[in-house]
Design a protein around this ligand. Structure first.
Ligand SMILES: [Zn+2]
Ligand SMILES: [Zn+2]
Length: 733
């Protein structure tokens, strides 16, 4: 805190009062502080307060507790010269904390994710390319130059980050004159999207949906349409209507779908880009964006789930695109479902929320059926293209060669597609070369030392990787159990192994692998996608990273190598997720003038999910799923919560869950609640921690939170034991 802002406190004659201040740390409550004379900050004001020996920034939350002796309170140090955190933001933070049973301070922390955005505005020093020849062009220095060739000037920190070097390299280049300093203005103007710019021509069905959306009352609307039906164009008009009212609009997308294609369409419709919020932003971009959202200057924000917690000055509309995506569930830190929290945010602000999807989640469909949500359907494909026919390949009859994964029919179809100048896509949602490596002599399986999981061979990087904790090791020269060498066998296919098979079968085809291992982030994705759309490749081999929101006009064949993958594991939503993913992949085929076809390889073609995919009959599939869940009392017909207890010492974890089992509440509070477990979690060990799970099942009309509060009250957590509370769990590992 510098002296300039500290002196901005008004000093008056009144007796010192008090206020409670919430601090963005893992705290369940706000702390009371004394107010300096005559200072009455509004609720939501950002203030700096002493905490221990530090000075921290917090938010004035309430009046404080008069029972606490005022002379014992420490004093607020200063008010920060920024607008207060809006009332709705504070109510939202309280709601999210209470529902998800998370420390309210941790939720505030998500809303204050850019602490230096609260500092006084100042010019920022940044760098552009100076005299390249003023020093030796080392490898690191070449990366610095390359990072700047992309465009805008960067600060020292951002430049070092994107070039992957130390700040010292940047400083030395500056000293030699290889970089030139420029001053960035404290605030850069955000482009102003123009709602009245002419958009693309809309079909009749699209126009009807637009009319309904523009007249939207507060509440939730499902915008449902098949891939390519033009949902985006339709919800753009709802954004336009919101902008005409002078309010802000938020579009939440799963991170992976935040593509250059989407941004390009937005800029085309509105003449300016939206403000973006995702993990690839530089520190400066985050700071500028956070402030522009609070000041109301950023009008349309598109971002991943954390964008929901930005301090909107006047949010008038929320759109959750791909609402069925499980990526909206945050699985660490504060565990929450961003789609569900978006609905709450909309409800608190009394504004419309639009959930868009080609394959809506069962939760949302049931909410429509029961009248809680409205629904708009976009039946026709924009441009008149047909849904591609889907054929099931029965792998029990149409068998691949030994140690191969493509059936004769699929191989033939790829040849045909390429011969007729189309593109083919082989989809396998599994990274790496092989999911399991075992020793042929002794049967030893290569396992992660800190998780209950096999190590996955990645042949390109010549390493074994754990996909749960990120552990990596080199492939050992010999079996660690029997010491024999040359005995390792790769079991099962990963996308790298599939690429090897494709190279043998289709040696003439120009092949491209797209997986999260070959793709660094949105920028690299855009490059690869461009190679596909410009027909620089014939055959694409990829994981789910290619399934999202990209338009491939020349793709005429999609082959799903293992349609059954993802159905095992006993996950509540396994079939639903498989349907959504495969439907999305299938939708990549034949979106322009060229008709496409889709082949699904399966060992179980009679399964409802496979039949539904074949017949494009989503409704029948959802009805079957719905019936299963209704009978079992599973969501959305019942509620679930999970408790996960973990620790390094297995005996301590065991003893803790026994104590917990003995403390399960009974009586009225337990009416309609049942507790399953404790049981070892399927990932019984993760990152070196032993894990036990309880699953709490409630009737729909019973909230699990009061029961859980009663249960957990008074429990002690000795040593490094940790409790994770997951309300409405999506992961059952
Ligand atoms: Zn691991
Ligand atoms: Zn061995």
């Amino acid at each position: 805190m510098d002296s300039e802002t500290a002196s901005s406190l008004p000093i008056g004659p009144e007796a010192p009062g008090r206020a409670s201040v919430l601090i963005p740390l893992a705290l369940f409550t706000a702390y009371d502080y004394a107010l300096p004379d005559g200072f009455t900050p509004p609720p939501g004001a950002f203030v700096s307060v002493p905490l221990g020996r530090r000075s921290v920034t917090g938010v004035v939350w309430g009046d404080g507790d008069l029972r606490i002796d005022a002379t014992k309170l420490k004093q607020i140090e200063a008010a920060l010269p920024v607008p207060a955190l809006p009332d709705i933001s504070r109510r939202f933070i309280e709601w999210v904390a209470a529902y998800n049973m998370a420390p309210i301070g941790s939720v505030l922390r998500m809303a204050m994710s850019v602490p230096d955005a609260l500092e006084p505005e100042r010019e920022t020093k940044a760098w552009t390319i100076g005299d390249r020849t003023a020093g030796k062009l080392t490898e690191a220095r070449a990366r610095v130059i390359a990072a700047l060739e992309d465009g805008a000037p960067l600060t020292t920190g951002d430049l070092a980050d994107s070039a992957g070097c130390t700040p010292g390299v940047v400083a030395e280049m500056a000293r030699r004159g290889m970089l030139r300093a420029v001053a960035l203005p404290a605030r850069r103007p955000f482009g102003v999207p123009d709602p009245d710019r002419k958009g693309p021509a809309l079909s009749e069905a699209q126009q009807r949906a637009v009319d309904a959306l523009v007249a939207l009352e507060p509440g939730v609307t499902l915008l449902n349409g098949v891939t390519g039906s033009g949902k985006t164009e339709v919800y753009f008009e709802a954004i336009a209507a919101c902008l005409r009212q002078g309010r802000q609009a938020l579009v939440l997308l799963p991170e992976i779908a935040l593509s250059a294609q989407w941004l390009g369409r937005f800029a085309e419709r509105f003449g300016a880009p939206p403000a973006q919020w995702h993990s690839e932003l530089t520190g400066l971009e985050r700071r500028v964006t956070w402030r522009a959202v609070l000041d109301g200057e950023a009008k349309v924000i598109v971002g991943a789930r954390s964008a929901l917690f930005l301090p909107y000055r006047d949010l008038g509309l929320i759109i959750v695109d791909e609402e069925h995506e499980s990526a909206f569930k945050q699985e660490d830190g504060v565990i929450y479902q961003a789609r569900d929290m978006a609905v709450v945010r909309g409800h608190l602000a009394k504004i419309p929320v639009i959930l868009a999807s080609a394959t809506p989640s069962l939760e949302t469909v049931v909410n429509v059926d029961q009248g809680r949500y409205r629904a708009l359907h976009l039946p026709d494909r924009h441009g008149g293209a047909e849904l591609p026919p889907v054929t099931l390949i029965d792998l029990r009859r149409d068998k691949p060669e030994r140690q191969q994964w493509l059936s004769p029919s699929l191989i033939r179809a790829v040849h045909e597609a390429i011969a007729s100048e189309g593109q083919a896509l082989l989809f396998l949602n599994r990274r790496g070369y092989a999911p399991l490596t075992l020793c042929r002599d002794c049967g030893h399986r290569m396992q992660c030392p800190s998780c209950t999981a096999w190590l996955v061979e990645h042949r390109y990087s010549a390493r074994l990787q754990c996909h749960h904790c990120g552990y990596q090791t080199q492939m050992p020269p010999a079996c660690p159990a029997c010491g024999h060498s040359g005995t390792f066998a790769a079991c099962g296919p990963g996308v790298e192994r599939l690429a090897e098979e494709a190279a043998l079968l289709f040696p003439q085809a120009r092949r491209l692998i797209i997986t999260s291992d070959t793709v660094g982030g949105p920028k690299k994705t855009t490059e690869l996608i461009k190679m596909v759309t410009e027909r620089a490749v014939d055959l694409i081999i990829g994981t789910q990273i290619i399934a999202k929101g990209h338009h491939f006009p020349h793709l005429t064949l999609v082959g799903v190598v293992d349609a059954d993958l993802g159905l095992s594991g006993g996950d509540l939503r396994a079939a639903e997720r498989t349907y959504q993913l495969l439907h999305q992949v299938a939708g990549r085929a034949g979106r322009a003038e060229k008709p496409g076809r889709v082949l699904l390889q399966t060992y179980d073609p009679d399964r409802p999910v496979m039949q539904a995919l074949k017949d494009h009959d989503q409704t029948r599939f959802l009805r079957l799923e719905e019936e299963d869940r209704r009978v079992a009392g599973m969501p959305p017909f019942g509620r679930l919560a999970a408790l996960i207890v973990s620790g390094r010492d297995e005996a301590a974890v065991e003893s803790q869950v026994r104590i917990m089992a003995a403390a399960i509440p009974r009586g009225d509070i337990a009416a309609g609640v049942s507790v399953l477990g404790p049981a070892p979690a399927p990932l019984a060990m993760l990152r070196g921690r032993h894990r036990r799970r309880f699953l709490i099942k409630c009737r729909r009309e019973t909230a699990p939170q009061p029961f859980l509060r009663a249960w957990l009250r008074g429990l002690k957590w000795p040593g490094d034991l940790k409790l994770q509370i997951d309300i409405d769990p999506y992961s059952f590992l």
